[in-house]
Design a protein around this ligand. Structure first.
Ligand SMILES: Nc1ncnc2c1ncn2[C@@H]1O[C@H](COP(=O)(O)OP(=O)(O)O)[C@@H](O)[C@H]1O
Ligand SMILES: [Mg+2]
Length: 287
């Protein structure tokens, strides 16, 4: 597995045809939000180096305001770094967005209420000119994948929060991205639903082989899902530590894993890293 690289080491290929490129290379990245008049500028991220391998699941965890969402938005080209570079499969973040190299899912499912479930999933394909028959086939395939085969013609408000989030994940997968960017996608769900969704996501990742960058506040969630957990600290947002989680392949991650000693060990290790800051009193990890 590839660990973080020093800033400017230029490991990423710039050849878009290079299938050997890492999914994501973040190199020496900083993001300063300029303050207006009396406001101070916010140093949201500083010196971030991170490499995500194809098919790898990496979680970003840390207290509120440590720059997790900012980092994800930079990778998604929804924002631009003030320092450093980001490549996605060897391309600039911008080019990767244009080429639809990744799918995105946020805490709010963000479905269009006037469109059926299937039509919501088809939307990105429709926007990119994919024909109706292909769209329909892809939507039903994805609905099966997320366990909603019977719900194609329902509307979002007829579904529970967990089911809506499954639709959002299906939509993110519509264009077969090799990378998923997820910002607290299960944050609004109850604990039981949340664990079920985590099980589903592990299975979906195994089936699609997609790499994932996953933002969460939940230590058990990060440990259960990830190959590596990136622990961040705030002001300025930095990577404190990267913890490899050795809980076996995605296929081996069943419900029983949550009762496993290795699982608790990793949960303890992440917790220690999170609270091990000099300012630990101010570092409550919110849920
Ligand atoms: N558009 C913005 N303008 C100014 N400050 C911002 C903006 N976006 C985020 N920030 C600030 O950057 C820091 C990191 O924010 P964020 O990435 O949302 O943190 P997290 O997702 O870890 O809770 C916070 O201090 C936040 O207030
Ligand atoms: Mg956030």
């Amino acid at each position: 597995m590839i660990e973080s690289v020093p800033a400017g080491s230029g490991v990423a290929s710039t050849d878009p045809l290079d299938a050997g490129s890492p999914a994501v290379v973040v190199s020496g990245v900083g993001r300063i939000f300029a303050g207006k008049r009396a406001e101070r500028a916010v140093n949201a991220l500083e010196q971030i180096d991170l490499v995500v391998a194809p098919g790898e699941f990496v979680s970003l965890i840390g207290p509120s305001g440590c720059g997790k969402s900012t980092l994800l938005r930079l990778i998604a080209d929804l924002d631009t770094p003030t320092a450093g570079t980001i490549t996605v499969f060897g391309k600039s973040a911008r080019q990767a967005r244009i080429d639809q190299e990744y799918g995105i899912a946020f805490q709010q499912a963000g479905l269009l209420p006037w469109r059926s479930v299937a039509a919501n999933i088809e939307l990105p394909l429709e926007l990119h000119g994919v024909g109706a028959a292909v769209r329909k086939a892809r939507a039903s395939e994805l609905l099966e994948l997320v366990g909603l085969g019977d719900f194609a013609e329902k509307f979002p408000d007829q579904l529970s929060g967990g089911m809506q989030q499954r639709v959002a994940i299906a939509r993110a997968l519509a264009e077969r991205p090799r990378l998923l960017l997820m910002d607290e996608p299960f944050g609004a769900l109850d604990e039981m639903t949340r664990e079920r969704m985590q099980n589903e996501l592990v299975r979906i990742c195994a089936e699609t082989g997609a790499a994932v960058v996953f933002v969460t506040h939940s230590i058990p969630e990060a440990v259960f899902l990830s190959d590596r957990v990136v622990v961040m600290s705030p002001r300025p947002g930095r990577i404190r530590e990267v913890l490899p989680v050795k809980l076996g392949t995605a296929d081996a991650r069943g419900e029983a894993l949550r009762e496993h000693a290795a699982f608790f060990e990793s949960v303890g290790a992440v917790r220690e890293l999170l609270h091990g800051a000099p300012t630990s009193g101010a570092l409550g990890v919110e849920r």
